[in-house]
Design a protein. Structure first.
Length: 286
């Protein structure tokens, strides 16, 4: 499922040599997000991201490159809201040892699903497409997700609802792929999704095979109905709708430390493809 390796991106080049004389390289990018940027919902305010090119050097090569990165950051003064980040294929076990030795944790995983549609289970809920008039309920459920994931990987932002509302309001107006589950006349669950085209030279082509993908951005059930099949019913509907509209598969991000999502998404047929490794703050890189 991994796409072809992309060409190196723009950025600062790092070079290092392993103990046995093999050269490894990487491209380092630096990004600072301003106050009010929606990216702050899932990202530190200041991020150094490394794109490693280590060939067949395995653990030793990545370890050497991460040491060079640490030396490069010695002259920086990152604040508390900062991170070092690497996006790496999830099944490359040789890399895991190097990441752990340098203080990285698996903060997020991109998982994919290419399974066929599935019947929607009967669990006493009504499923429907969200309307503009549902904005208050949609924002409330979406914000509740971030309140929980703050415990297991995301960053707590006091203005989460303020950052979420404009994009959710626009998506509702555009009749975007947002679905609600209702039980006894009350909203019990949300699936907020989108469409992504992986085409040559697009950012998505670095992560996914070419084609039209369904993106599952935010799925949440109300606390009082969790464990009752509401989430599974919503996702069965989502998978069927995306399949009907021509998606070659669906993908999403989840936090591996999350005791709910790390079980739920695998049961829905998702498998890890990329893992985002982070050190927070950036000064903790060792």
């Amino acid at each position: 499922m991994l796409p072809a390796a992309p060409v190196p991106p723009e950025g600062e080049r790092l070079d290092a040599v392993t103990a046995d004389g093999r050269q490894v390289s990487g491209i380092l990018q630096h990004q600072a997000y301003p106050t009010g940027a929606a990216d702050l919902l899932w990202s530190a305010a200041e991020v150094w991201q490394l794109f490693p090119f280590i060939g067949e050097t395995g653990t030793a090569g990545l370890d050497t490159l991460l040491r060079a990165w640490r030396a490069r950051l010695a002259g920086e003064t990152p604040g508390a809201d900062s991170a070092c980040m690497v996006n790496w294929p999830s099944q490359d076990a040789e890399a895991i040892r190097a990441f752990l030795d340098h203080g990285f944790v698996p903060i997020s995983t991109l998982a994919v699903r290419k399974s066929p549609p599935q019947p929607v289970p009967a669990c006493g809920v009504t499923l429907r497409h969200a309307e503009p008039s549902d904005l208050e309920d949609v924002v409330a459920l979406a914000t509740a997700t971030f309140a929980y994931t703050d415990l297991v990987g995301s960053r707590k932002r006091a203005n989460t609802a303020e950052l979420l509302t404009p994009q959710l309001e626009q998506k509702l107006r555009d009749r975007g792929p947002i679905w609600l589950a209702e039980r006894d006349g009350e909203v019990a669950g949300l699936a907020e999704c989108g469409w992504i085209e992986s085409t040559p030279d697009s950012w998505a082509a670095d992560l996914l095979p070419h084609g039209r993908w369904g993106y599952v951005n935010n799925v949440v059930t109300a606390p009082h109905v969790r464990g009752g099949g509401v989430g599974q019913a919503l996702m069965s509907l989502v998978h069927n709708e995306f399949h009907r509209e021509g998606a070659i598969g669906t993908y999403l991000y989840y936090n591996p430390p999350n005791p709910l999502s790390s079980v739920f998404w695998h049961r829905q047929g998702y498998r890890p493809l990329w893992t985002i490794w982070e050190v927070q703050p950036a000064s903790a890189l060792r």
